[in-house]
Design a binder for this molecule. Structure first.
Ligand code: UDP
Ligand code: MG
Length: 319
């Protein structure tokens, strides 16, 4: 590609051999009809099924489809980072490969960004009835908490389907974070933004790669990434325990003065358990932050690129 495309569509892809052909089938006519130069950056996140073969096949009759293969599975956010880091477009849309984010909204996002000169257009899920009630509830709690941390700039129910301008992408690339949580970092930028509402559809094929464990991880990462409040929680819990201890001491002393003793194996044991729990939670919290500091100090990159169809070809030609 000699001139930079106006639009890049970044798609993290992990073991999507069933979904990918259908995604491509729906995505291509939409992009072709846009009438702007575009590239689709398919980031293969170390898939172990037929996805890599499939991507090469797609590329053969779709020259705008660019293939980036990560050396190993690095996770959704890391794959997204790889795509954003390497996308060339003036605008970059990030999209899941399982058609849960309808690609029909891309023209709308692009038009909105251009008309109102926006740097960010969020895809906001208007209706999540296709998700399980547990997923909806946990997502509700997550967004409530995140809005407290990042502030009102964060639209609730905005996932990773969004459009970013070149300026926003460059701002994100300049951040030294190695494990970015984009759905928090993007609103945190504070750039002019708009929203496009869409209905989150059912996955066309395959199963989610976000089981409960990974959801908890994402939530913890998000909190630890954006707030030191949990660390202060330790201080408050300590003060609270101290206050309770003072009251109890006075009570015990008074009881003793009037010649009584305070009975209580149960209360003793409850107190011990409570303090034990508080201490372990606080140590755990410290551990979460220390682990982040540790990995920040190690500064290992979030991903390694094994192959990039555009860059590798350019290198071959110049040889
Ligand atoms: N994905 C990825 N690496 C992973 C897990 C997922 O690149 O380790 C991709 C996946 O192929 C999909 C997107 O990230 O395009 C979102 O994942 P998924 O649909 O499993 O998550 P959910 O929509 O259920 O939250
Ligand atoms: Mg999905």
């Amino acid at each position: 590609m000699s001139t930079a495309p106006q639009l890049s569509v970044v798609m993290p892809i992990y073991n999507e051999q069933e979904a990918l052909p259908r995604t491509v089938e729906r995505l291509r006519p939409i992009l072709d009809a846009l009438g702007v130069g575009y590239e689709v950056v398919g980031v293969d996140d170390g898939s172990t099924d037929a996805t890599p073969v499939l991507m090469q096949k797609i590329r053969q009759d779709w020259p705008e489809f660019r293939v980036i293969r990560l050396a190993r599975n690095s996770g959704h956010q890391a794959a997204l980072k790889a795509g954003l880091d390497r996308a060339h477009g003036d605008y970059v849309v990030s999209l899941d490969a399982d058609l849960q984010d309808p690609p029909e909204k891309i023209p709308e996002m692009l038009a909105l960004a251009r008309e109102q000169e926006l740097d960010i257009v969020y895809g906001v899920r208007g209706d999540r009835t296709s998700d399980s009630s547990f997923k909806r509830r946990s997502a509700g709690a997550y967004y409530w908490l995140m809005r407290k941390l990042v502030g009102k700039r964060m639209p609730s129910q905005a996932g990773d389907y969004r459009l970013l301008s070149r300026a926003a992408v460059d701002a994100l690339k300049a951040l030294p974070e190695h494990q970015p949580v984009y759905r928090l970092l993007v609103p945190w930028l504070g750039f002019p933004s708009g929203e496009v509402v869409y209905v989150r559809e059912e996955r066309v094929a395959g199963t989610t790669h976000y089981p409960l464990g990974k959801m908890v991880r994402l939530a913890l990462d998000s909190i630890v990434n954006f707030s030191a409040a949990p660390l202060r929680l330790a201080t408050w819990l300590g003060l609270l325990s101290f206050a309770v201890c003072l009251v109890m001491s006075v009570y015990t002393a008074v009881a003793f003065a009037v010649g009584a003793t305070v009975p209580g194996w149960s209360s003793l044991f409850m107190g011990m358990l409570f303090l034990g729990a508080v201490q372990l939670i606080c140590v755990g919290l410290l551990g979460e932050y220390t682990a982040r500091i540790y990995s920040a100090v190690q500064a290992r990159p979030a991903y390694f690129v094994g192959y990039d169809s555009v860059d590798d070809e350019r290198r071959d030609n110049s040889r």
